[in-house]
Design a protein around this ligand. Sequence first.
Ligand SMILES: [Zn+2]
Length: 128
Amino acid sequence: MSKAQNTKEQATHPYVVSNARLVAKLPEPGTTWTANEENLGDEHITRLAKFRRLGIVTRVGKFLSGGDYRYRWETEEGPYQAACERVESETENALLPCGHSALSNKRGVDGITCGVCGKLHDKSEVNL
Ligand SMILES: [Zn+2]
């Protein structure tokens, strides 16, 4: 299988779709980076091995820093673009003013709580 086919397939991998927000926050393709330089949080760092297995990131180098091996990474164009498009379309079609669509109607709460960021919205602000 060629590299191009590979990238295309992974771009639509369900994992990319369901983690689009995280993938879209990776450093842009075309540069190499380390998790430290980019100040990536744990939500990214704990997923790097999985991202690598799925071809979302590639390990391009290894170096020694303070007695530990660290890695340089590169974000792959295909999955990154797919994730960015996904995030854009989700934001455009969002039901809630915070840009999410995960409605949660909690008991005893007057309004609609976002299931993603937890913001409480007035019923009148929600595009139902
Ligand atoms: Zn939200």
